[in-house]
Design a protein around this ligand. Structure first.
Ligand SMILES: NC(=O)c1ccc[n+]([C@@H]2O[C@H](COP(=O)([O-])OP(=O)(O)OC[C@H]3O[C@@H](n4cnc5c(N)ncnc54)[C@H](O)[C@@H]3O)[C@@H](O)[C@H]2O)c1
Length: 250
């Protein structure tokens, strides 16, 4: 018996990085996966899962558009007959800029995807969970949801808000058998951070300061998401799991 057999899990941002690694990990443990992403490369994640004997579907969705998010949850329920857990992970990082110079369209996109996207996903998922006995949600925040880095003000603001939203939903729905938690990854080697990790100067300075001295592999984040969606985490609600190799312990 696999840990997630008979469970339906929805993941946003599953084409690359943390979402992709988490989808593969859930599939290995028997979950049926619905992957919502704006990037059609998510179909490759689905192909990989199917090739390994798992069950997965890709539904194109921009999480910044409420109607597309509602359609994603609808497609999941229609295709797999339900929804048990959701990983709201899709996100974008705008080009670095000091706060006073952030263009309005960069601010708007960050708020639309990283904050409103999580909000819309939770709304659609919670409506389903309320009607069907409950479920679990994990939102991807960041260490930028706990502390600030320079030249990332919009991202820092949005990720702090994701932590707040997670707590707000956690206390509203705990008695309806809905658990809502968040993760706060530190530096993870994904397409989002490739330009930083290709920069030897950045890498040297960052790794010198980081207690663990390296970036995470996305697979090192997935395990905690699986745990938070599992029955083992039945008393864990409104929590923020920091996965940063000790970065914010300084
Ligand atoms: N990589 C890191 O160091 C790091 C650290 C902390 C938090 N995070 C967060 O982790 C999450 C995943 O990022 P990642 O590092 O795996 O990067 P990534 O760029 O590999 O993945 C982001 C995913 O989100 C999808 N996406 C982007 N905009 C979307 C939209 N509007 N609608 C639907 N899907 C959309 C992308 O297509 C991609 O699949 C993000 O929320 C990011 O902010 C990343």
């Amino acid at each position: 018996m696999q840990r997630f057999s008979d469970m339906v899990v929805l993941i946003t941002g599953g084409s690359t990085g943390i979402g992709r690694a988490t989808a593969l990990a859930f599939a290995r443990e028997g979950a049926k996966l619905m992957i919502g992403d704006i990037d059609a490369r998510a179909a490759q994640t689905v192909d990989e899962i199917r090739a390994a004997g798992g069950t997965a579907m890709f539904h194109r969705c921009d999480v910044a558009a409420r109607a597309e998010v509602d359609a994603l949850v609808g497609a999941c329920v229609h295709q797999f007959g339900g929804l048990d857990a959701a990983f709201n992970n899709a996100g974008v990082l705008p080009p670095p800029a000091p706060l006073h110079a952030v263009p309005e369209h960069d601010l708007d996109r960050i708020i639309a995807v990283d904050l409103k996207g999580v909000f819309f996903c939770m709304q659609a998922q919670i409506r389903h969970f309320l009607a069907h006995g409950g479920g679990a949600i994990v939102n991807t925040a960041s260490v930028a949801g706990i502390v600030a880095d320079p030249n990332m003000s919009a991202y820092v603001g949005a990720k702090h808000a994701v932590v707040g939203l997670t707590r707000a939903a956690a206390i509203e729905y705990a008695r309806r058998n809905i658990r809502v938690n968040a993760i706060a990854p530190g530096l993870v080697a994904t397409p989002m951070t490739r330009t930083w990790l290709d920069d030897e100067g950045f890498k040297r300075a960052f790794f010198e300061h980081s207690p663990i001295g390296r970036a995470a592999d996305p697979a090192e984040i997935a395990g905690t998401v699986l745990h938070l969606c599992s029955a083992e985490a039945s008393f864990t609600n409104g929590a923020l799991f920091v996965l940063d190799g000790g970065q914010t312990a300084h």
